[in-house]
Design a protein around this ligand. Sequence first.
Ligand code: GBH
Length: 482
Amino acid sequence: STEFDPTLEGSLPPDFHWGFATAAAQIEGAWNRDGRGPSIWDTFCHSGGNIKDNTTVDDACMSYDLIEEDVARMKSYGINAYRFSLSWSRIIPLGGKDDPVNEAGIAYYSKLVDRLLENGITPFLTLYHWDLPESLYRRYGGMLNKARYTLDFMRYARVCFESFGDRVKYWITYNEPVLSARAGYAEGRHAPGHTSATEVWIVGHTEIVSHARVCAMYKQEFQPTQKGHIMITLSGDWCEPWDQDDPLDLEATKRAMDFDIGWFADPLYGKGECDYPASMRAQLGDRLPCFTAEEQRLIRGSSEFYGMNSYTSHFIKHRDGPPEENDAKGNIVRMDTNKDGKERGTESDTPWLRTAPWGWAKLLRWIWDRYQLPIYITENGTTAKGELGWRPNSNDDILEDPHRIDYYKSYVAEVAKASQEGIVIKSYLAWSLLDNFEWALGYTARFGVTWVDFEDPKRTRYTKRSALFLGEIFRHLIAQKR
Ligand code: GBH
């Protein structure tokens, strides 16, 4: 049933942004067309053995070719905001500050921005959603070289502000910097596939410093005329101890949240000195770089809002003995139940992800209390059981996805309740508009509110019930302008 709590009617402000999020590598395809250069994810897919179903991002959802159709679909879902990422190597094929700009890439995103605006949809643009230009990685190791990388990232950002900033008012520098550093450089699950005990901390440092420099540049050179906003999006899920009475589990839980969220959020928004959490220094010692005084000044206050991606909640147990060399999670074990057998939530199609809104409610309050900034929810969503095997029968088929509807219903209710309590939440962008390339899981995890037929060369799309349900919820929750 789609009935929604009547006491929450009108609980979100009239200017609330709701819609969907996507990322370039996960949907665009056209990996080598119209002048685009390769990214580390193209290489990672092509080298084989890295992706669960041995697929690639070559064609993905073909969104590069289907803009008109996709924007019409967004319009039909009733959204007022859409978050997408720019492919750096589509805009600057070789990536570097002295390398040529690809006008075809600029034209593509420019057209997308125009179509969105024509349809009353506010664009949120992410500069970096994990697809580093391959050429920068080859030339100097990409983010492993802070000095060179930062100059290249700044030039890329400048090209984007100059090309789209007249129309785009919401900028996100990085999507989930923790994930691209940890999965890419410590765990080897993501491109470029390294398993190092030191690189992950260098890459994280590069991300935070280059983020801060781009924010400073935007504020000085573009914001006065373009009047937009800039932020970073952090990932992180609520954690609770496996055993409430075990001090080691209590500490491990704190460490889990420090390594997942505090790693970036403390330097950016923390109350004390601009630095990484003490628990990280304790575990990592010299491997964790230090900020210069100038960097500290730039980092503090760089992001104007708290950009938040969160999907689930965990119970945390301590690990006995010292952390593994390349541990980047705080020497912890994630559990599906607590000691008393309480389940963290209903299973989805993806082992790490369960429907656990109880933790989300706590996380929203924790972020608000600890960092005291308006929150833009930039991703939240789930896979649903049984969708992989679903086949469309006719063109007017709607895929029933009650699991996803229950998930959204419970999570969005927590947003509305938090908002009623005075926590400032400015957006809810669900992941995702389309089923898409789920990184190391390839096409075996469907997060979309739109089912995509990946066996069909035309990538035909089919509406899932949850797409329409979200529209109903937000029409109920967002107050009318008066
Ligand atoms: C986001 O990442 C991404 O921004 C987006 O691109 C992605 O498609 C989407 O969410 C859905 O995953 O160590 O096995 O327990 C989500 C980040 C991914 C972080 C899974 C935690 C745990 C994997 N989360 N990860 S595991």
